[in-house]
Design a protein around this ligand. Structure first.
Ligand SMILES: C[S@@+](CC[C@H](N)C(=O)[O-])C[C@H]1O[C@@H](n2cnc3c(N)ncnc32)[C@H](O)[C@@H]1O
Length: 449
């Protein structure tokens, strides 16, 4: 299978990439976070004096604004209405309630329904990226362990358990699933129960990992205290498409990183996927607007893109009715700096298109099994998910090149529509490794990173 490799969005990155977090920056951010918390406390008092219960506020924020095309007409109006109600609901918990209620409200769709989605290939492609990433680091961890040694994993922000099958395929021993959205976590439990039932019918008699669930805000609660065994050691912590929510404030980012690092064994990995803030900022600057996107995704910035703060740099992300939620820029140099405190040494970050290029040969079979790319040209053009005029121009050009090389013979390729590729290329995968520690005189761990 081949793929059009030319479309990469290697935009000149904005200054944001060079903005290095100094210790003073972090201290300033910490003070700002404290001031914000005070301001939110007074907002809560104001809200309660106006007799606004939190539940009412959450209900109000659940404006249905999908699908994207229908939305675009009243988009600005709806956005500002939604933002106003969001702001009103921001309490001491920050945006936690808004995020949790957003994910709790996403309907569980069947496979058939999901296959009709405009972004079916994008979703499958992201699933492929996660599978390859998880497999890559499980393999590394296994290679340094005795055969049959237990493998324990924490999935922070596990959602409905979209990665359960990946953990099963990776033959892990124990999984801790945690998420702020209790409804999603219930769906995750149901998925696991179905999987358990199915695997009991398999030849190996149900050799499935054990599991525990923690319904919690991973950016505010210490997960270790909630584990069934708080002395448990982890081999992998995975945080897929969720870590960026913690960059709402410095204490939240630190809490999430502590959860990621504190129970990892030395040599274990913290892996994840997040939107690339440099790319988001670069695209906003290029568009010279706080709003940009296409027919599958839209970003609406709610902070100064010329000088975004290190924490709380908020934007709303819309993805074809799947995600429509406040998110926060992750200033990567700051993440690297903060992670050190928890013994997490930066290993790499990789844009999705670079990850794809590196892994596409190894993962070619899985790409096809997971229907992660759309077959082009299709049997009928009406079968294509992309409807914009230029959605497959890149594929046409690529095919012309191949056809020339092959003496005019027709062939098929796997691709994503341009709109989906523009959305996918916003993301990156990251990897941190837990290092060995020594102990300070006061009994706290000390990391030499
Ligand atoms: C885009 S979904 C990804 C779900 C899953 N990891 C996956 O890849 O399919 C993001 C998830 O992060 C969860 N989340 C967001 N903020 C969180 C927080 N502070 N603590 C725990 N979970 C959080 C949401 O509830 C949601 O389930």
């Amino acid at each position: 299978m081949s793929f059009q490799e030319e479309i990469t969005y290697n935009e000149t990155l904005g200054e944001y990439s060079e903005q290095n977090a100094t210790t003073e920056d972090l201290e300033k951010a910490l003070m700002e976070a404290a001031a914000e918390a005070d301001a939110r406390n007074s907002q809560v008092e104001k809200n309660s004096s106006e007799n606004e219960t939190k539940d009412q506020i959450i209900k109000e924020t659940s404006i249905d604004i999908s699908p994207l095309k229908r939305k675009s007409v009243n988009h600005n109006e709806e956005c500002s209405k939604k933002r106003k109600t969001e702001e009103a609901s921001v309490s001491v918990e920050g945006y936690a309630n808004v995020v949790a209620s957003h994910y709790n409200q996403i309907e569980e769709k069947g496979l058939q329904e999901r296959s009709k989605s405009r972004i079916v290939y994008l979703r499958n492609f992201h699933n492929w990226i996660k599978s390859m990433l998880i497999n890559e680091y499980l393999t590394k961890v296994k290679s340094s362990k005795k055969h049959n040694a237990p493998l324990r994993v924490l999935d922070m922000g596990c959602g409905k358990g979209g990665d359960l099958l990946k953990w099963k395929k990776g033959n892990i021993t124990h999984l801790i699933c945690s998420d702020i959205a209790s409804v999603s976590l219930e769906q995750c439990k149901n998925r696991y129960a179905d999987m358990k039932e199915r695997s009991a019918r398999e030849r190996n008699g149900g050799n499935l990992f054990s599991i525990e669930y923690i319904s919690a805000d991973c950016s505010r609660s210490r997960l270790r205290e909630k584990y069934s065994d708080p002395s448990l050691k982890l081999d992998i912590v995975s945080c897929q498409f969720a870590f960026h929510y913690s960059f709402e404030s410095l204490p939240q980012a630190e809490c999430m990183l502590r959860n990621a690092g504190e129970c990892l064994l030395a040599g274990g990995y913290f892996i994840g996927t997040i939107p690339d803030s440099n790319d988001l900022v670069a695209r906003a600057r290029k568009a010279d607007s706080s709003v940009f996107g296409n027919d599958v995704y839209k970003v609406v910035f709610d902070c100064d893109t010329n000088k975004p703060p290190l924490f709380g740099a908020k934007y709303n992300f819309y993805l074809d009715g799947v995600v429509d939620c406040p998110e926060f820029l992750v200033h990567f140099p700051t993440l690297v700096k903060l992670a050190k405190k928890y013994g997490l040494k930066f290993v790499k970050k990789e844009k999705f298109y670079d990850f794809f290029n590196r892994m596409k040969d190894e993962g070619v079979k899985l790409l096809s099994n997971m229907s992660s790319l759309e077959s082009y040209p299709p049997l009928q053009s009406s079968n294509l998910v992309g409807t914009a005029d230029d959605d497959y121009l890149h594929a046409d050009n690529f095919l012309k090149g191949i056809s020339r090389d092959r003496g005019g013979r027709d062939c098929k390729i796997g691709t994503l529509s341009k709109s989906e590729w523009e959305a996918s290329s916003l993301y990156l995968a990251f990897v941190f490794e837990k290092v060995k520690n020594t102990w300070n005189a006061d009994g706290t761990p000390c990391y030499d990173i």
